[in-house]
Design a protein around this ligand. Structure first.
Ligand code: SF4
Length: 432
C-alpha cells in the first residue's frame, strides 16, 4: 500500500471511535452460549409437531408448525409482498425482481456464522422459521403453491430470477435438486433463470455439476468474509461453526469450471474488520477468475453474535461500492488504485471526469447480485433493506434519485460545488 495524497477530502467520520471504517479490533463476535438440550435440533417444533396449514407468517403468535423442505421453503418478505402473500409496502420500490427462496427445516442451519440471524446458537431463543435473516422475516410457503402461481402468471411474472438459498443441513443438497426440478418442470429456466446460493461445506464437485445439468444458470458462494482470518473468526472455529475458507474456494473454483465465465460469483460482507485494500483485492481475484462479487454492507443483525457491533460506516461502504463497480464492470484494475496507510482507497485510478460520470449514473450504489433482464450491471436480486434501514440506505434497491445522489456524494466526500445534501431531503423526493 502506498500512502499518497488523497484524491478527495475525507468525508465526515461516521464510524466507531471517530473512524470512517470498522477496524478489526472492534469487530469481534460474542462467544455463542450453551443451548439447553430441549431446544437443540428443532426439538420444540418436532415435539409439538403442529401440522402446517398453507402459508406460515413468522412470529404470528402461534406454535411454529413442523415444516420441511422440499415441500416447504421460506421466502423473503419482499418476495411475499410481491406475490401478494403478505401486506406491506417497500420504500421506493413496488416489488422485488428476485424470488429468493430459503430451504427450511425445524433443525435449521447447523452452522453458527456470527453475523447471521439463522445461526444455530439461536435455537434456544427462537424457532428456525421465526428467525430474522438479512433484517427481515421469511414466511414459509408450500413450494407447490409458489410454482403454481409463477407458472400461471407466465410472462406477467414480476420476477426476473429465482434463487435457492441452501443452508448447512444434511438434506440441503438433495432438497435443492428437488426444488430446482419442481421449478423447471413448470417454469422455463430461460424465462426466469435460477441462481443457487450454495453451501460448500456439504457439497462436492459432482453436486455443482448436477445443479448445472438441471438448468441452474448462476452459482454463487457466500464467502461473506474477505480474508481467511475473518472467515475463521466469524464462521469457522471461532464460533464453533463447520465452515472452512479452503473448502469454500474449492467449490468456487468448481463453479468457475462448470458454470463458466460470468456465471458464478461470491458474496462478500464489507465492514467486518477487513481493510478496503483486502476486499478490493479479493474482488479483483474474482474478476480475474471470470466471476463477479455480490456485496453486502455489514449490519448488526438482531439476535446474531455480532448484534452489538457498529454497522459499516457509509464512508467506507461507498468507497468500496464505487471501487468494486469500477473493477467489476468498468475494466479498472485494483493495481491502478491507491490506498492510504490504513488501507482506505485514496485514488480510484481513473481521471476525475470519468469517475464523476460513473458516480452520476448511480449504478455503483445499487444492490449488487445476479443480473435480471434490464442490463448486466443491474441486479435482479435487489434485497430491499437487507443491509440497512430505509433511513440510511446502504444498497439502493432502486435507481437513486437526485437527493439520494447528493447524500451518496456527501458520504463519499465528493459533493459537487453548490449541491449540498440536506438531511432527510431524499424522503421528500420519494413522496413527491
Ligand atoms: S451457513 Fe449461511 S445460513 Fe447458515 S449460519 Fe452461516 S450464513 Fe447463516
Amino acid at each position: 500500500m502506498s500512502c499518497l495524497k488523497r484524491e478527495t477530502a475525507l468525508p465526515s467520520r461516521s464510524g466507531p471511535n471517530g473512524l470512517d471504517f470498522n477496524p478489526v479490533d472492534v469487530m469481534q463476535p460474542r462467544a455463542p452460549g450453551v443451548t439447553p438440550k430441549d431446544a437443540k435440533n428443532g426439538a420444540r417444533v418436532k415435539h409439538a409437531n403442529v401440522p402446517p396449514e398453507g402459508v406460515y407468517l413468522p412470529n404470528n403468535n402461534r406454535l411454529t408448525p413442523h415444516m420441511r423442505s422440499p415441500e416447504y421453503v421460506q421466502m423473503s418478505t419482499a418476495a411475499a409482498i410481491t406475490l401478494g402473500l403478505m401486506p406491506g409496502k417497500m420504500h421506493g420500490c413496488g416489488c422485488t425482481r428476485c424470488l429468493n427462496l430459503l430451504l427450511t427445516y425445524p433443525e435449521g442451519c447447523r452452522a453458527n456464522c456470527a453475523y447471521c440471524g439463522l445461526a444455530r446458537h439461536r435455537e434456544a431463543e427462537r424457532d428456525y422459521a421465526d428467525r430474522n435473516f438479512i433484517r427481515v422475516d421469511w414466511p414459509a410457503v408450500p413450494m407447490a403453491q409458489i410454482v403454481e402461481k409463477v407458472a400461471t402468471d407466465g410472462d406477467k411474472t414480476p420476477f426476473h430470477r429465482m434463487c435457492i438459498s441452501m443452508i448447512t443441513h444434511p438434506n440441503s443438497d438433495a432438497d435443492t435438486v428437488t426444488v430446482l426440478k419442481q421449478w423447471t418442470s413448470r417454469i422455463d429456466p430461460s424465462a426466469v433463470p435460477v441462481s443457487i446460493l450454495s453451501n460448500p461445506t456439504t457439497m462436492s464437485r459432482a453436486d455443482v455439476k448436477q445443479l448445472h445439468g438441471l438448468g441452474a444458470d448462476i452459482f454463487t458462494v457466500a464467502l461473506d468474509a474477505a480474508t481467511p482470518d475473518i472467515f475463521d473468526r466469524t464462521r469457522g472455529k471461532g464460533v464453533q461453526s463447520p465452515h472452512s475458507w479452503q473448502k469454500y474456494w474449492e467449490i468456487l473454483e468448481d463453479a468457475r469450471d462448470i458454470f463458466g465465465k460470468e456465471k458464478f460469483g461470491a458474496h462478500i460482507i464489507v465492514g467486518m474488520g477487513e481493510t478496503e485494500h483486502d476486499v478490493l483485492h479479493l474482488i479483483q481475484r474474482l474478476v480475474d477468475m471470470g466471476g463477479h462479487s455480490h456485496m453486502f454492507c455489514f449490519f448488526p443483525e438482531k439476535g446474531s453474535l455480532m448484534d452489538h457491533l457498529p454497522a459499516t460506516p457509509r464512508d467506507q461502504w461507498r468507497r468500496v461500492q464505487l471501487a468494486r463497480y469500477l473493477i467489476d464492470y468498468q475494466g479498472v484494475r485494483v493495481d491502478q488504485m491507491r490506498f492510504d496507510d490504513q488501507g482506505r482507497v485514496s485514488d480510484f485510478g481513473i481521471p476525475a471526469s470519468e469517475r464523476e460520470t460513473i458516480i452520476d449514473k448511480g449504478l455503483a450504489f445499487r444492490t449488487s447480485g445476479c443480473p435480471g433482464k434490464i442490463q448486466t450491471d443491474i441486479s435482479a436480486c435487489d434485497r430491499p433493506y437487507g443491509d440497512s434501514p430505509a433511513s440510511n440506505i446502504a444498497s439502493y434497491p432502486f435507481q437513486p434519485g437526485p437527493a439520494d445522489m447528493r447524500k451518496i456524494r456527501h458520504q463519499l466526500g465528493m459533493e459537487k460545488p453548490g449541491e449540498t445534501y440536506v438531511e432527510g431531503e431524499e424522503y421528500e423526493e420519494v413522496q413527491s
